[in-house]
Design a protein around this ligand. Sequence first.
Ligand code: ADP
Length: 635
Amino acid sequence: MTKKQFKAESKQLLDLMINSIYTHREIFLREIISNASDAIDKLHYKSITESDVPVSRDDFRIDVTVDKENGTVTVSDNGIGMTKEDMDSNLGVIAHSGSLDFKKNIEEGKDVDIIGQFGVGFYSSFLVSDKVTVISKAYGQDQAWKWTSEGADGYTIKECERDSYGTDVIMHIREDDGGENYSQYLSEYTLEDLIKKYSDYVRWPIHMQLEEGDMEETGEKNEDGTPKKEWKTHIEDKVVNSMVPIWQRDKSSVSDDDCKAFYKEKFHDYEEPISVIRVNAEGAVSYKAMLFIPKVAPYNFYSREFEPGLQLYSSGVMIMDKCKDLLPDCFRFVRGIVDSPDLSLNISREMLQHDRQLSMIRSNLEKKIKNELERILKDDRETYGEFYKNFGLQLKYAIVADWGAKADLLKDLILFHSMEKDKPITLKEYVEGMKEGQDKIFYATAESAARAKQLPKAEQVRDKGFDIICLTEEVDEFTLRTLRNYDEKEFCDINSNDLDLETEEEKKEAEAKEEESKDLLDFVKDALGDKVESVKLSRNLKTHAVCLSAEGDISFEMEKYFANIPGSPEQGVKAKRVLEINPNHPAFEALKKAFEEDKEKAKAMSQIMLDQALLMAGMPVDDMLGYSENVFKLF
Ligand code: ADP
């Protein structure tokens, strides 16, 4: 009998696959089982759509058996089976373009790891076998056929016997070779684990003959008269997969608690999620989703190692463990599962072509997650607070990312500490609490809310009855800058030099005073040189003598932030410093007096005022020795 050649492309693919270092060899079982399941689906469909197909749904099964002596693993099904022609055309060519992508990727030296998650259909049997035999009898036919191949050099098909319709894929497992441990696939327990991992939710039962052990009575008695027991084993036919996944079950038959317990087990979290989102979508794309919003962040959440993504299933077969494309990045903390029959195993390998479906699912999930977070924020603030402690930072990063593409979506989910209420509030709540005549959202940046409260200018803003939100994280200021405004209200840094709090009358008065003190202010500026941009009389100070404010786009917090990023082009940027002096403070009077009587003393006072202002702004004083000398000059 002549050996048939694989079609050119298939031959190359097989060559590559057999010889490449392939890190996901274990997916072969999933692929072969998934073919078996498809074959049963086809016959099942036939049995319900045609009248003369007397097969019962309950009889369908897949069997996975091991023959250690001959070194084979066999996957059998009683599905539709294949004719000789089917074998020739289905097993002799590359069945889908996913395989072509796979090939291209190995050739280009790309990461086969990722591609490996999609698998390459029937050919993946060669990842672990040096010989594959397929025995099949098509439903309604009398003759069975045996297809055999030892790899790239071709295959043979000949007549054979098989009792009934269906297919056996017999894989002759390769010898262990260097680092590759193939013989593990001859262990029932390894196979059972692989089935549970990848094929747990295949709709048809997957049977295995597994050794079970128990303490059994031997019939004899121990010295103390109790029946003697011995460990005895027997082989049991077991269904290994659970078949109906929890997310496929009716909402009414699965409680939230069931889902939460499932989450803990599946995603190895010790905490319950704060919420379960279930989606059953039909229409342009049909899918079921079960999403979980965790309470705590995994230890590596804020590092590069963290891999976000949802588990993707297609009719019970796991296609991908962490499908990034399904999950909006702003909600990368969400865990869960999406199962869509529209993304069949084949289709999913051609992910790119079907990107549209994936992105429809993604944007739909984005809305659902946002709505759910908003609901929790509204109905259960305490829980939201706990969630926010872990993931609030992520939400702010997400606002800043991509030039604020998601800013609108997320702006109502972030919280800032309110100075007035002494607890976290939303921007919406801030705006709702704004006083008459207030047209800005005031914020203060500092390393803690307590420090923010001590900022010299906070006093007067609060005296006016205006609340201030505290920005304590590095990303906070960037977040507000990205948002630009909220509900058309501008954000205003209380450290900026003009808060515009006074009435017209007060303004005039201040201007007159400034004019009057011009010589003095020029003197102070001269004394300080380029350490400050300008010196002015403050309109926003109450009990404090001085303060430092920033003029222009760069704030002090940003200066500190950039200083901590080595190599950043902005590393050296400095905020433009403005020294503000409170004209109603005794210190100002003292300065004025010294300016008239003792210029040296006035100079020392100017230096001290700047150093004091720096200290209050939480910034280092450059010259501590000089500072202390200046202080003693006043004695
Ligand atoms: P596919 O992605 O189409 O499943 P495969 O390479 O895995 O690609 O399989 C090629 C084809 O071989 C299948 O589409 C199917 O027609 C046939 N086939 C594979 N396994 C079986 C089986 N157990 N029973 C019947 N037909 C099968």
